[in-house]
Design a protein around this ligand. Sequence first.
Ligand code: IMP
Ligand code: MG
Length: 427
Amino acid sequence: MPVVAVLGAQWGDEGKGKIVDMLAEKASVVVRFSGGDNAGHTVINHRGKFALHLIPSGIFSPLTTCIIGNGVAINPAGLIEEMDHLNQRGIDTGRLFISDRAHIIMPYHILLDGLEEKWRGGKAIGTTGKGIGPAFADKSSRLGIRAGDLLDRELFRERLHAVLDYKNAIMAKVHGIEPLSFDDVYNQYCRYGERLASHICETTGMLETAVRRDETVLLEGAQGMLLDPDFGTYPYTTSSSPLAAAGSLGSGIPINRVRGVLGVFKAYCTRVGGGPMPTELTDETGELIREIAQEYGTTTGRARRCGWFDGVAARFSTRVNGFSGMAITRLDILDKLPVIKVCTGYSLDGETIDYFPANIAALQRCQPVYEELPGWQTSTCHARCLEDLPTAARRYVSKLEELSCCRSSLISVGSAREQTIEVRPVL
Ligand code: IMP
Ligand code: MG
């Protein structure tokens, strides 16, 4: 299977990092195709424990080429820091390429992210504050600065002049803050450009070659389907698409070359930031899951909201992404629970529905309809094949498959690479 997308199927933080890190060993190329350093992937492998934000999780496989695709918004300071950190720990970043079409996060994006959140008051989205929303808004408004622009100083000077005057006016007149100095921003970003110059290039050609040679290419998603601006809980979403289709758009690989779409589902649900989450548990069970799983954000350290597996959302996710298989992660977190619930439908204003409403006021009113399954109350972290799992855990896996309308390919029972059950091959 030459081109396979690996995507978050819920609200992000499903454990894509581990899955991509594992699969990358067999891949020629790994491409990140959306999001920015709002994403945080924790990877634990033979080289140690790493928190990645922008660099594809394939960076640990010495023969794999890593590409930050055109669909990503890049904070150059963050990227350089991430590269330095990896280099210090002996990980080579010479095989990292950055699409010259990728947009760059500028200082005003980060400032405006915070100011706009403040403006929203009680309706704040709870963004990661990384400037992602304002950067993607500028991309659509044709006010963006792209990675390639940093390599052409005259072009960059011209672009920045036009944009910064406008941004400074908004910051001063709407938000009452000091303008940014053109020279400071220009010089700083020229330095970033110099540092990243050997990595920034046209990347669609190398992807075309890899695809033509039938090499394995992984499209690495960020965030999760329910944060998609179209199909997620808008406006409580991120600003670039985490969907399978975005894998093509954000890399330049034609859609008909994508052969597999692996949906990564956590065995329960989490969400960080504001917005509806029908199966959220605000009681001690939610707290117990958060503590066992250490559900705190990789990027912001915020406590994640925890809840039961949402079958309605899962089915919707499969519908719009066309998952060819699912990876179920963190099954071991449920090991101690005597009873596990799964949401099979929503009750909305007295009526049972089986779809995920677009209207967030309606979604807020949805009460989950639960089915209770017996827990297994034994450790699963040593399981390496389906037969190693207790019967109740296998029954739980089958229930998730049934609700998600998708068969499992991988089941993860711990953070180490070997703590994985391969039910059917992904690649
Ligand atoms: P933004 O992407 O920083 O604009 O944040 C918008 C929403 O998406 C907020 O609720 C964030 O918490 C959420 N979000 C963004 N990136 C991630 C991620 O990688 N994992 C989980 N939630 C995320
Ligand atoms: Mg994350």
